[in-house]
Write a protein that binds this ligand. Sequence first.
Ligand SMILES: C[S@@+](CC[C@H](N)C(=O)[O-])C[C@H]1O[C@@H](n2cnc3c(N)ncnc32)[C@H](O)[C@@H]1O
Length: 207
Amino acid sequence: MEEVTDPWAEVASSWNEDPGVVAYADAAMASLVSAISLGRETRVLDFGCGTGLLTERLAPLVKQVVAVDRSSAMVEVLAAKALPQVRFGVANWTPDTIGDDELAEGPFDLIVCSSVCAFLDDYTGTVAMLAGLLAPGGHFVQWDWELDPDADEPFGLTVDDIKQAIQGAGLEVVSVAPRFDVDIEGQLVQPLMGVGRRRTAGSPTNV
Ligand SMILES: C[S@@+](CC[C@H](N)C(=O)[O-])C[C@H]1O[C@@H](n2cnc3c(N)ncnc32)[C@H](O)[C@@H]1O
């Protein structure tokens, strides 16, 4: 059987102690709270949860967070936190397999992907798959590095990539823009925050 290597295994044990990563999680959480109302009835899916940095900030404010990640090493670190209101698991969901996992049981009022989408093999397909788990009026929120095509090693997503993925998933594009600066190893960077919303019956479609 082909051995599948986990690119996150090496960093999992130190991920929570990386100051840039922690600053990113704090800033993402602040941007989330200012964009979306969270409450005791809110069910959240943290897709690509890693070690649960966003999960642990969200859990005290909501009814439940379901936290999933493809990396078992990252999920092990989250598991050790024993967070209340959190269900978690290792998941490598595809549109064909997602129905087999009870953790994917929606509806969710909010789905968050913090620094995940640019790493996905099938970004647009994954957003469409996740959009199917949203409650009417529910939000999909992602944060990602903005792609600089002139960089030595281009990585990330453009505003148009994000708008197209959200729209292609049948969601209303609420906004796609930088919402915070974060200091990563002495360099100030501005990730993009994309917000989509599942329409309620009778709400207008994108034009
Ligand atoms: C940069 S880390 C971010 C982790 C966490 N969201 C955070 O903000 O600390 C990217 C994460 O995406 C996860 N990931 C990548 N592709 C995935 C997939 N197809 N399904 C689930 N998780 C995935 C990786 O395993 C990794 O934990």
